[in-house]
Design a protein around this ligand. Structure first.
Ligand code: ADP
Ligand code: MG
Length: 323
């Protein structure tokens, strides 16, 4: 049985409506990605109880929590802006709402949680003296201390610089693995989602475009939006290949394009006489932009191209037909 289940969950604003159905397993780390304004935060506020749905249900561990007041839901939240209590020191922040088993020492538990986020000895520090990265790690420790049934994270790393974001995302995955907490993690950074998610859900305009493992989402996208949102690629209308009836596109990834002569042409989509438009060296290879009948093709290559026009071949199994 699903651990979290959102069934026909709807929330209508004047210019926007959210309409989603999905479920999560216990212990899963599900990342939500999608453009700004696609409804990611709206969905989290319905699950945690800041907002109430117009219709539909949210079941958590079999219990309908859709209309439960926020204080009766056992749900943790970590936001971009940390939202720590500025008047309390680090230890008091973590102990606020802490659940400990009888006989367990709160101070020892606090130190254990601080160690988990790499901040051992920080208990007596003032929150106002922490760096952004430290503050967010305290916010994580505080959220975990309350032993929530599910932890919701809304772009928790957006305010931090890139190297720190990478370090803390790894830490979040480790916290997930060591505690087993079910996590629903919103990010606008697809690389972050690919790095830590068990599954990824792509939202757009208040609806779910697709949901699947990072590998499924990247290699077998369900539609053009999901395909382009999860990485580089090329979409060429099927009408260019003579199919005038279908308004569909052939989509493929840059790393699947082959430049060598191929023998068994039936097993490939062939793009003849693509013109090289630009070549950029990345260290690990070359990124080529090519013009094929007015469509820009992105390709990765291990060699610098030797001529201005090239024939490209993409194995049929690496080409998706999408709309
Ligand atoms: P995301 O988190 O994906 O960037 P949001 O869920 O914050 O998107 O917002 C989705 C849309 O809903 C936006 O267009 C936003 O303006 C609108 N919205 C959110 N909250 C309200 C509200 N309380 N009243 C009216 N519109 C809202
Ligand atoms: Mg948001």
């Amino acid at each position: 049985m699903a651990y979290l289940e959102c069934k026909d969950l709807r929330r209508v604003h004047t210019q926007f409506s959210l309409d989603v159905s999905f479920s999560m397993d216990k212990g899963e780390l599900l990342c939500i990605i999608g453009p700004s304004g696609s409804g990611k935060s709206t969905l989290l506020s319905l699950i945690c109880g800041i907002d109430t749905p117009d219709s539909g249900t949210i079941l958590l561990d079999g219990k309908d929590i859709s209309r439960e007041p926020i204080q009766r839901r056992n749900i943790g939240m970590v936001f971009q802006d940390f939202s720590l209590f500025l008047s309390m020191d680090v230890a008091k922040n973590i102990q606020y709402g802490m659940k400990t088993e009888p006989g367990k020492d709160k101070a020892r538990e606090t130190e254990r949680l601080l160690e988990m986020v790499g901040l051992q000895g920080y208990g007596k520090r003032k929150v106002t003296e922490l760096s952004g990265g430290e503050a967010q790690r305290v916010a994580l420790a505080r959220a975990v201390a309350a032993k929530p049934q599910i932890l919701l994270l809304d772009e928790p790393l957006s305010a931090l610089d890139a190297p720190l974001r990478k370090r803390i995302r790894t830490m979040i995955r480790q916290i997930h693995d060591s505690t087993g907490i079910t996590m629903l993690y919103v990010t606008h950074d697809r690389e972050e989602a690919f790095a830590i998610a068990d599954r990824i859900m792509i939202m757009n305009g208040g609806t779910i475009e697709s949901i699947g493992t990072p590998e499924e989402i990247y290699h077998h996208p369900k539609n053009l939006f999901s395909a382009f949102f999860t990485g580089d690629g090329t979409g060429i209308p099927m009408s260019l290949f003579g199919d005038k009836t279908e308004k569909k596109y052939l989509f493929f990834r840059p790393e699947d394009i082959i430049f060598d002569e191929i023998s068994d042409q039936d097993k490939y989509v062939i793009l003849k006489n693509a013109e090289v438009f630009s070549v950029e060296y990345t260290g690990s290879g070359y990124v080529l932009k090519l013009n094929f009948k007015g469509y820009m093709v992105t390709a990765y290559s291990q060699r610098r191209p030797e001529s201005k026009t090239m024939d490209l071949a993409i194995p049929a199994e690496a080409v998706a037909t999408l709309s």
